[in-house]
Write a protein that binds this ligand. Structure first.
Ligand SMILES: [Zn+2]
Length: 385
């Protein structure tokens, strides 16, 4: 890791040709170069995905995952443009979730590569709604109310790693749990919930700042007068995540959310499970066996519930572009700067920052032609994409 090098490409924000130089894996210099250095390559910061349950055939919900498996999944995510992610654990028996978390954290500690790639942990469950439709594919048998002891154990297990906790505020004890989690430095996102509007506002007041995969984690049919979508869209102070695969959120709803909320209040996640970046077939998500068809729809066999996505991060950007009919740079922000700023800090292309970036060429129709990803100044093997 950490060789020196340089590229000339157009800056994704200004459109101007720049020379980006790196040394020791970090950006050393950025300077604009004369127009004679015409290039059709663009340079943009690498993507950041705050919800990844598994990838490239590797299910993160498995017990005793091997280091090589986690590294392989991470490198495939990198090849798909994503330098940093929150490894996501979904509802299970709490004790087993914490065991898994301890094991994964120990693996991450062993590997500088994983420490850099895995920003922290997204804990989605077990403090979610057990109601039909709202629990999705999370097993309602393991759902429970959050207590101070749970929150303290989660903090002790994760040290000072970034943690995003998704919970349903209608569970008893949730408001106190949100306050404690935030006081202990975690971020709280609401999700898999049917909370009334007043309770959503109380949860924001208690310190919740996010809403997890809006448009999912709810029944396919909703009351047209009053439902969780309308309530969230009317609640100030929530930054929502969306799965931009054209399957989890219909293109019309996707566009409407962008029209109703400020651009700064939306970021994208894949919610990827093991089938992402892997061929169609049968995969596991914890104890569930999941079927993934040729259209990348991820479902329990015989059910209409979605069970995570098979979306690669880079494809998420360009599927969003198709839905919004917008410049690719606009969608890119929602999958890079905005999730990074929500969870940890602004990650930009600037001297001193790690040389994690994407070089890409696009068509005049704003679709991806070619992608080359650099992690700490080293090109990620395209063959592993
Ligand atoms: Zn979910």
């Amino acid at each position: 890791m950490g060789q020196a090098g340089e590229v000339i490409a157009r800056d994704w924000e200004t459109g101007k040709a720049i020379r980006l130089q790196w040394e020791g894996g970090r950006i050393a210099r950025l300077e604009t170069v004369p127009a004679l250095a015409e290039t059709e390559w663009w340079v943009a910061p690498a993507l950041v995905d705050l919800q990844v349950n598994g990838y490239a055939g590797v299910d993160f919900q498995r017990d005793a995952l091997f280091l090589e498996d986690l590294l392989a999944a991470t490198r495939r995510l990198q090849a798909a443009g994503c330098a940093h992610y929150l490894l996501t654990l979904v509802t299970d028996e709490w004790r087993r979730m914490m065991e898994r978390l301890r094991h994964l954290r120990a693996l991450r500690t062993q590997s500088p590569e994983l420490r850099d790639a895995i920003l922290g942990w997204h804990i989605e469950g077990p403090f979610l709604s057990a109601e039909p439709g709202f629990h999705g594919t999370h097993n309602p048998a393991w759902m429970q109310n959050p207590t101070a002891a749970h929150i303290r154990e989660l903090r002790e297990t994760t040290g000072d790693d970034p943690v995003l906790l998704t919970l349903a505020p209608e569970r008893n004890g949730s408001l106190a749990a949100i306050e404690l989690a935030v006081a202990l430095g975690m971020k709280v996102s609401l999700g898999h919930t049917d909370a009334p509007a007043a309770l959503l506002r109380e949860a924001v007041h208690a310190g919740a700042t996010g809403f997890t995969h809006l448009g999912n984690g709810c029944p396919a049919r909703l009351d047209r007068h009053d439902n969780i979508l309308w309530r969230v869209l009317e609640t100030p102070g929530l930054i929502v995540s969306l799965i931009p695969d054209q399957i989890h959120v219909s293109p019309a709803l996707f566009r409407l959310v962008h029209r109703l909320l400020s651009s700064e209040s939306i970021f994208y996640v894949t919610d990827a499970m093991a089938a992402a970046g892997a061929p169609a077939g049968r995969y596991t998500l914890g104890a569930l066996e999941i079927e993934v068809g040729p259209r990348q729809v991820v479902q329990l066999p015989g059910s209409t519930n979605y069970a995570g996505s098979a979306l690669r991060p880079i494809d998420g950007v360009f599927r969003a572009v198709q839905m919004l009919n917008c410049p690719w740079q606009a969608a890119w922000r929602h999958f890079s700067l905005l999730p990074a700023a929500f969870m940890v800090r602004r990650m930009v292309l600037a001297p001193g920052e790690p040389a994690n970036f994407c070089l890409l060429r696009t068509t005049s129709e704003q679709q991806l032609q070619e992608l080359q990803v650099y992690i700490h100044g080293t090109p990620v093997d395209r063959g592993s994409r």
